[in-house]
Design a protein around this ligand. Structure first.
Ligand code: FES
Ligand SMILES: [Fe+2]
Length: 386
């Protein structure tokens, strides 16, 4: 984040605090319950949002060395991402060209190439087929034409985006706001390429995939839902919002910001005294905390509007090598994860039951929930249901 933005956001926060105010939009927003419960609505989201958009697939630091790979089936296609020997990043369908077996599972570091576990066809890290055992049995099969099927991928700002449809090339800067460079400047400044993956959690939740992201998009629930965890640390019902195309940055403010009032304005910095929530459209919530970053991604389960897969990745600025460092991060992560697992998720799963019951026709988003409104509106627009 640019220096002047860091100062400006503190100023905006103080102004709202002094006026006992928050960021409000002009009117309430009625969000149709169908957006959380209807199979047709979900089918549009799957077809449009999860096939045509670049999805944040990893941080660069998840794949630091040649041969490092990760796999992911959550976006509806089997995905394989591999770092090659030149340091480039490659994304493929995780599908062998022989008879379609999965080349890899989970994540790891391949030594010399990617060998299919079924009959040992072997590909290099750029996807070229290098070894075809008993080639005489495959007359006319040209190795040069049987490389892995590539998916569009871009690595930038320490992050890796993949579009899960072959041939759908994209410009990530356009998706991140186009001419408005504010979001890009923020992402660039954090230098995520220097972070280290610390932990990962994968959850199967009984809620629509959007509800998981919604939970990060308003601080109106802090005092009632989080009275003893993060509630005491953060101001209730106070947020700053900036939007960048379909994406957004929402700052919720730590009470520790008060100390800045006695310090010269030039030294102000919003980052340590807030939690900055970036919604990277369509399905990634990046939470920039004062000392670490959390990535929460939510994926629909095909045909099931009331279930989702959530993956949380927790990244830290230095590797946790000593026992005391590990203890520190374990405690630190426990607060974040416990808050979401024990408070947000049960609350939101309750919302899903309520919405699925047919009791109400729409959710009513208040003027004080502008990030929620932006996200829902952008989803509805993108799938032609606005
Ligand atoms: S399916 Fe991969 S080598 Fe046969
Ligand atoms: Fe919460």
């Amino acid at each position: 984040m640019k220096r002047e933005t860091r100062i400006d956001m503190v100023e905006r926060a103080f102004e709202l605090l002094d006026n006992k105010d928050t960021t409000r939009v002009d009117d309430i927003y009625l969000s149709p319950v169908a957006s959380y419960t209807c199979k047709d609505w979900l089918a549009l989201e799957e077809d449009i949002l999860f096939k045509n958009y670049p999805l944040l697939a990893a941080f660069s630091c998840d794949l630091p060395k040649a041969g490092d790979f990760i796999t992911n089936d959550d976006a509806g296609v089997p995905l394989l991402i591999v770092r090659d020997k030149e340091g480039g990043i490659n994304a493929f369908y995780n599908t062998c060209r022989h008879r379609g077996a999965k080349l890899a599972n989970g994540c790891g570091r391949a030594q010399t190439g990617l060998t299919c576990p079924y009959h040992a066809w072997t590909y290099d890290f750029t996807g070229d087929l290098k070894v075809l055992p008993d080639q005489v049995s495959f007359p006319g099969v040209d190795k040069a034409e049987h490389g892995l099927v590539k998916l569009p991928v871009i690595e930038k700002y320490g992050m890796i985006w993949v579009c899960p449809t072959a041939g759908k090339d994209f410009d990530i800067d356009i998706q991140l706001g186009g001419l408005d460079k504010g979001l890009i400047e923020d992402l660039q400044s954090y230098q995520f390429e220097d972070y280290h993956p610390y932990a990962q959690r994968r959850l199967h939740c009984k809620m629509n995939w959007k509800l998981m992201l919604d939970t990060f998009l308003e601080p109106y629930h802090f005092a009632p839902l989080h009275p003893t965890t993060v509630g005491p640390l953060l101001y209730h019902n106070l947020c700053l919002l900036d939007t960048y195309g379909q994406n957004l940055r929402e700052a919720v403010i730590r009470k520790s910001i008060e100390k800045l009032r006695d310090q010269p304005k030039e030294s102000w910095d919003i980052v340590p005294d807030s939690a900055l929530v970036y919604l990277l459209f369509p399905n990634a919530g990046l939470v920039m905390q004062r000392d670490h970053v959390e990535l929460w991604r939510s994926y629909p389960i095909p045909g099931k509007p009331n279930e989702c897969i959530v993956q949380m990745d927790y990244y830290i600025p230095e590797p946790a090598e000593t026992q005391s460092a590990k203890d520190h991060w374990e405690r630190n992560m426990d607060l974040a994860v416990r808050t979401v697992l024990e408070e947000d998720i049960p609350g939101v799963e309750g919302i899903q039951i309520g919405l699925s019951s047919g009791a109400i026709s729409h959710s009513t988003f208040g003027r004080n929930e502008p990030a929620l409104i932006h996200f829902q509106r952008e989803v509805a627009k993108a799938i032609g249901r606005a």
